[in-house]
Design a protein around this ligand. Sequence first.
Ligand code: MSP
Length: 507
Amino acid sequence: MTKKTYYVTTPIYYVNDRPHIGHAYTTLAADVMARFKRLDGYDVHFLTGTDEHGQKIQRSAEAKGVSPQAFTDEVSAVFRELATDFNFSHNDFIRTTEDRHKRACAQMWKLLSDAGHIYLDKYSGWYAVSDEAFYDEGELIEGPDGNRIAPTGKSVEWVEEESYFFRLSAFEKPLLELYEKQPDFILPKGRRNEVISFVKGGLQDLSISRTTFDWGVGVPGDEKHVMYVWLDALTNYITATGWPDEAPRWPADLHLVGKDILRFHAIYWPAFLMGAGLPLPKRVFAHGWWTNEGEKISKSLGNVIDPYELKETFGLDQTRYFLLREVPFGNDGDFRRDAMITRMNSDLANNLGNLAQRSLSMIAKNLGGVVPAVTLTAEDEALIEAAGESLLNGVREHLDVQDFNKALETIWLVISEANVYIDAQAPWTLKKTDPERMGAVLYTVIETVRRVAVILQPVMPESSGKLLDLLAQSEDQRHFESLDQRLAEGTELPAPAGVFPRFVEAE
Ligand code: MSP
């Protein structure tokens, strides 16, 4: 039987900047999906990478006085490190300056051109280099100095040059049909509705080449043009499958993106693919944006959230947990230090960490660190069962619609139940009155912890791994199939150690 496959992507990041919370956030979500699907028996492909062409990058390189190639080599390496430092489990890291990608772009252009979707004309209009996006006159707003700016707040400049155009206007109906037929092609729903009304408002043909700079993929047969950076960038998702030679992994199951770049992914990208006669991805999910202590994040305000600082201050898994637990994935969220500390101390250190620590220490002290042979009551069984297949099913259902926060909430319900159980059973009292029952209670708790740890691996790989180490679980006992099993009596457990430290304010 061939294995089920799953292909998930992150946006490829512009290399003009240091990695910030936005970069870590999207890739984290993709990592959790990838890890979950792997444990759930899928053959997973998880792609991330860097978007290295275009005017914005060319200008950043010029400002630094280095060649664009040297500049992108350097910054791309920083993003590659972030992916490693955050324990992201991607299978491929793509750079749009690679030959495999230039070949795919040329082929994409050729298919669109052969199908009659591309024509040469002249573009005159507004362009925001920071967004690498064209804007209609009507979309512009008034900036603080009374000048016109893009709706994103970025400055715009007037562009007038010969350009190739893609007949985007011809795809209005097919796109609306797509959104209709595949209601979860765009999630969350609110964003889907926004896209639908935008498309219903009418689509104009899209300028897809530039002549006034040269840092890009050349247009086949007309090298004074370089391809519009978004046509180039979006194509990365299919390049990475080995296309045009072969593309066994195409289409993608999930493109994860921030809400600001949904339009490119939910309108342009499927239109390009339809035009080229290629299969469409199954879903585009647009997540919200983080603010910092109630303020919009911006470089000029100096309140950019540095993912490395979070990792250093709170720990990697704590940060991973917080980002996905605190806010529903499609919503905007506010990063508050006190909320982070509460999650870290309450959910992780108290509810989960302490549960494991208390029960494992009692087993170490009173049962020689060996998993006891037990007879379980219906109540014990019910708790263990609540942490098994049914919990996994609930979590799976939430993750299948990228509802990370609900998935975690569901897991924490079981952790709370386990805390209520241990307090009610009070094994510390049973120690004297009924040692055998104490063994059964401790067994029930650590078996529950084991199951929770197995299910939590995608979100907190390192800490769950430590919990499973403390339960003497081998690598092949960490798969979701292990949820059907039970901790074996007689298993010798290593000395217990805390897994989730409390946050201590630095002096
Ligand atoms: N290069 C394009 C994507 C091309 S994909 C074919 C791009 N790159 S980017 O480097 O600007 O991407 C930044 C990502 O970070 C986007 O997904 C964006 O939504 C996200 N975020 C930027 N600021 C953010 C927050 N404050 N909060 C959450 N995510 C944010 O766009």
